[in-house]
Design a protein around this ligand. Structure first.
Ligand code: NDP
Length: 487
């Protein structure tokens, strides 16, 4: 007997749990600061547990750097820098290749630890974060002996010691984005991971040891916001590269004013994902889901403002709601999980407060019904309709699994609404017409524009923002420039 396609599509498949086992992961009980080639006790820092956001249980104890520790790390970077820069590009490249291969060898362990420490689904850590981190090292390993080609054949030299601060949403991947180009160009680095997600950076420190990277070329100093603020104020640094919130980015810019320290800022976003009526709508719905629910929406370029052409708005919202109902929220270590835990209680409260503001301002909220675990920090995937451009949920970065829907009638209106933001990090365009996509893309004030896809990253492509989303580019040959003095 044949089943009609309509009935078949209504079958709801249930999944057996498919937990990834953390048994083979050998974490230490306590991690020191990685300074001058070794793990060391903090001089004037503290020790703090890092928590699993899905259980609120401690995963390991982490040393946090104090001012003297930061100074020591910068001094180690200063001592190591001339020797590192004096190596031929080919030799520096060999180290980067080795690091990339070691990341690949320890991929499974890194993926599990990323999910344990940060709450993201292991499917994402395994398929996105870790392979891309290795790919960034491979990519810049290839550039290390071709630097002049990356900047139009001009003579280049490294800047010196880089202070690099990364956030908690892609801990290992952001460390790779920062370290790979800095090292390829002959700089040394002091890297500060985020307070809530230091673990994979510390495993990376073990990898650097195994790769026999000369001591001091990279120091990894976990710490809180105060440590980040103190690091950028160290007198003997030549470069700051920061990824995080716009507020902190502005503070860093002010702190560096007049000091002749080069700066790259990769800040927040409120990116528009634009669906035209001629788009393949089912494909667009998958892109909307990937755009906002990937990594619980903790993504600087998340497609958090969904702009739908009015003629297809009801259809797209209906399909989106149905698709959202099939998202599996829960244990980050379950390979079937689509949406994991919110990274910290602080971030959960920020999401809750903006969602309440959305309701108070009159937008219509729908959150999917799902059983959320009792312990840990969770937020059900949510869509807001009836959103006005001035609502806080259409203006401010929520950084959670929450999408705000606005509509438009014409292409010009779509462009105007998309650009109506203080941010300008990314955008998505869904249309079947190539010419329209190019026309709209060139009118958008966004550093990255995806056509008929979203949240796709590639180490060969430049990534970075317009307006309050920051400046400087990471990835590809453009990512060399912020780490070089071009003469
Ligand atoms: P922050 O900008 O505070 O954190 C990013 C990094 O900067 C972390 O390592 C942090 O350390 C460090 N830091 C904090 N304060 C300072 C300072 N004064 N000087 C130098 N470094 C500092 O982001 P939050 O974690 O507070 O998140 C707040 C909001 O920022 C989110 O809701 C989201 O909207 C946005 N955000 C955007 C990101 C992006 O990729 N564009 C990434 C993360 C957040 P510590 O972790 O110890 O605080």
């Amino acid at each position: 007997m044949s089943t009609s396609p309509e009935i078949r599509s209504r079958i709801v498949w249930d999944y057996a749990p498919a937990p990834e086992s953390p048994d083979h992961v050998r974490l230490r009980d306590s991690y020191g600061l990685f300074v001058d080639g070794d793990f060391r006790d903090p001089v004037d820092g503290t020790r703090v547990p890092t928590l699993n956001p899905a259980t609120e249980e401690p995963v390991a104890e982490i040393a946090f750097a104090g001012p003297a520790d930061l100074r020591r790390a910068v001094e180690a970077g200063r001592r190591a820098q001339p020797g590192w820069a004096a190596l031929s590009g080919l030799e520096r490249g060999k180290y980067l290749f080795r690091i990339a291969r070691l990341i690949q060898e320890r991929a499974r362990e890194l993926a599990i630890v990323e999910s344990l420490d940060g709450g993201k689904p292991v499917r994402e850590s395994r398929d996105v974060d870790v392979p891309l981190a290795a790919a960034h090292f491979f990519h810049y390993a290839g550039w290390a002996d071709k630097l002049a080609y990356g900047v139009g054949g001009r003579a280049v030299e490294p800047l010196g010691v880089a202070a690099q601060i990364v956030p908690w949403n892609f801990p290992l991947l952001m460390a790779a984005w920062k370290l790979a180009p800095a090292l390829a160009c002959g700089n040394t680095s002091v890297l500060k991971p985020a307070e809530t997600t230091p673990l994979t950076a510390l495993l990376l420190a073990e990898i650097l040891q195994e790769a026999e990277l000369p001591p001091g070329v990279v120091s990894i100093v976990p710490g809180d916001g105060a440590a980040g603020a103190a690091l950028v104020r160290q007198p003997d640094i030549d470069k700051v590269a920061f990824t995080g919130s716009t507020g902190v980015g502005k503070d860093i810019q002010a702190a560096l004013a007049g000091r002749g320290v080069s700066l790259t800022l990769e800040l927040g976003g409120k990116s528009a994902n634009i669906v035209f009526e001629d788009a393949a709508l089912d494909q667009a719905v998958e892109g909307i889901v990937n755009g906002i629910f990937f990594n619980q929406g903790h993504v600087c370029c998340a497609g958090s403002r969904l702009l739908i052409q009015e003629s297809v708005a009801d259809t797209v919202i209906g399909k989106l709601w149905e698709r959202m109902g099939r998202l599996r929220v829960g244990d980050p270590l379950d390979k079937n999980t689509d949406v994991g835990a919110i990274n910290s209680l602080e971030q959960l409260e920020r999401i809750r407060s903006l969602v309440s503001a959305g309701e108070e301002e009159g937008a219509v909220r729908r959150s999917i019904a799902c059983e959320l675990p009792e312990r840990g920090w969770w937020f059900a995937p949510t869509v807001f309709t009836e959103v006005a451009p001035a609502h806080r949920i259409a203006v401010e970065e929520i950084f959670g699994p929450v999408v705000s829907v606005l509509t438009f009638r014409t292409q010009a209106e779509a462009i105007e609404k998309a650009n109506n933001s203080t941010y300008g990090l990314a955008a998505g365009i869904w249309t079947d017409k190539g010419a329209k996509a190019f026309e709209v893309a060139s009118a958008l004030q966004a550093g990255v524009v995806w056509q008929n896809t979203y949240n796709h990253f590639d180490p060969t492509a430049a990534f970075g923002g317009y307006k309050e989303s920051g400046f400087g580019r990471e990835g590809g040959p453009a990512g060399l420039r912020p780490y070089l003095r071009v003469t």
